[in-house]
Design a protein around this ligand. Structure first.
Ligand code: SAH
Ligand code: SF4
Ligand code: F3S
Length: 468
């Protein structure tokens, strides 16, 4: 279903006009309602962008479908963060060549972070002639224009500029879910961690106007949304460059003040921008979930420095301590990189000890993947992949013990959950607590999308609970 983020309607009239023309053209040329398939890789930011791609496609008269072989338009929204993500895209885009033989009118587009790298864009241009449209992360609101130009016989479209500092509001959106939704609040990244491609492919940090964000949140609450996830590569550096003095801590207080029963989540926070003011705001705002996703990447000071993370182990731990003191029921998750160039086993053990000290509820762990154009990609990297794999497994085992222990300790607690989906186990639905517990409850699926108090009764691979 199509929604708009605010009532201002700032989505460019020019694009609306292109959308109209695409719609008319398709009706005459195809003689049926065309179908579009959107394939998404990468982080929540990309998922959120894809919801807007779908919104624009619906505006153009397309019906969204899941099957590539039924589609008249296929778009791949790509991720560049690790090599593995990219490998999958090359294979899957390649497979559209044979689909075009069956349906010569099929249009294929590739967008997102991956194509924002020059070498990737060049390879699409030279070796993938059946790819019609390629565009980057800052111009995706122009999808109607790109499709119109291509279907009316224009050249293949390449639009990759990263200069666009303006934020386009009110792009139509298909939220795909009736009770959980994303609100991107800032775009881009200025941090240049030495291993990371994101600042090169997403451009400089830009924050949306606070009034636009609050307006979008209000609208979602009015529409019955129960969970709002605020998104940004550096969500807590929100406001940098805006002149209204509203930082992330102030913004979450403003959203918390919106009347209604809903929950606020956010990701990803950077430790260097985690202020006392923000910890106090989380403590005070009862709608904000008692959880921080606070990636530390490495527990060793030398490695952190070469990674250009701009905090020390001690500083990170002091933030965790403060958060635990102010928000007693808080839980943590983190991202970790194993086998950064030059990391030794001794240094890796500092990562293990930090994991044990903080007691994360879960972790997102990655083996270092060299990204062309980043400083780390040129650093000597003598440890073999096999050796890094062993460290990685050791980290997983360490975390597994902690997760099990925390889950066992949760038995007996009463928590408020939002029921999100049916479980693979028949008769159960899964509720998510404000922290990170997923609780299986034997209850009717009509409760999906609503809050309930649940008592955690048992831990057997997963947590079970009963409705109170
Ligand atoms: N902005 C967020 C994370 C964005 S990318 C932050 O700074 O925390 C998500 C995660 O991917 C990162 O936290 C990091 O753990 C991982 N990552 C990024 N670049 C990587 C690389 N080159 N190799 C392996 N993992 C990487
Ligand atoms: Fe990448 Fe670092 Fe920016 Fe996160 S903060 S997106 S890891 S450069
Ligand atoms: Fe990937 Fe781009 Fe997100 S590189 S992790 S999709 S910001």
């Amino acid at each position: 279903m199509l929604s708009y983020t605010s009532i201002n309607n700032k989505y460019p009239a020019e694009q609306v006009a292109f959308a109209e023309r695409v719609k008319k053209y398709n009706i005459t040329e195809l003689g049926k309602t065309p179908k579009a398939c959107v394939i998404t890789y990468g982080c929540q930011q990309n998922v959120s962008d894809s919801q807007r791609l779908k919104g624009m496609l619906i505006l153009m008269g397309y019906e969204i479908c899941e099957e590539e072989n039924k589609a008249d338009f296929i778009i791949f929204n790509t991720c560049a963060v690790r090599g593995h993500a990219e490998d999958r895209v090359w294979g899957n885009v390649g497979a559209t060549k044979s689909l075009k033989k069956v349906n010569p009118k099929l249009i294929v587009a590739v967008c997102g972070c991956m194509v924002q790298q020059q070498s990737v864009a060049d390879r699409f241009r030279e070796s993938y002639p059946y790819v019609d449209i390629v565009f980057g992360t800052q111009v995706f609101h122009r999808l109607p224009e790109f499709i119109y130009k291509r279907i009316t016989g224009g050249k293949r479209v390449y639009e990759l500029s990263l200069e666009n500092r303006e934020i386009v509001e009110d792009i139509p959106i298909d939220r795909e879910n009736r009770f959980k939704g994303y609100i991107p609040i800032m775009y881009g990244c200025d941090n240049f961690c030495s291993y990371c491609i994101v600042p090169y492919v997403r451009g400089r940090e830009r924050s949306r106007d606070a009034n636009e964000i609050v307006c979008e949140a209000k609208r979602m609450v009015d529409e019955g949304y129960k969970e709002i996830m605020l998104l940004g590569q550096n969500v807590n550096s929100y406001g940098k460059g805006n002149d209204d003095g509203i930082n992330f801590a102030k913004l979450i207080r403003m959203i918390n003040d919106i009347e209604g029963d809903f929950r606020i989540r956010f990701m990803t926070s950077h430790p260097k921008d985690l202020t006392e003011e923000l910890i106090f705001a989380i403590r005070d705002c009862q709608k904000v979930e008692r959880h921080l996703h606070l990636p530390f990447q490495s527990g060793n000071d030398r490695v952190l420095k070469v990674m250009n993370r701009r905090y020390s182990r001690e500083k990170y731990l002091s933030l965790i301590e403060l958060a635990k003191k102010e928000i007693p029921d808080i839980s943590f998750t983190s991202d970790i990189i194993v086998g950064f160039p030059g990391e030794t086993y001794e240094e890796f053990k500092d990562t293990l000890s930090l994991v044990e000290k903080v007691e994360y509820s879960s972790l997102f762990t990655f083996i270092y993947s060299p990204r062309e154009g980043t400083p780390a990609a040129t650093m000597p990297d003598p440890i073999s992949r096999a050796e890094k794999g062993k460290w990685f497994d050791e980290l997983l085992r360490t975390q597994d013990k902690i997760s099990k222990r925390l889950n066992k300790e949760a038995v007996g607690k009463t928590v408020r959950v939002l029921f999100e989906e049916e479980s693979p186990e028949e008769g159960y639905i899964i509720g998510k607590s404000s922290g990170t517990y997923n609780i299986y409850v034997s209850a009717d699926k009509s409760l999906i999308g609503s809050f309930a108090e649940v008592k955690i009764t048992e831990y057997k691979n997963v947590l079970y609970g009963t409705l109170i």
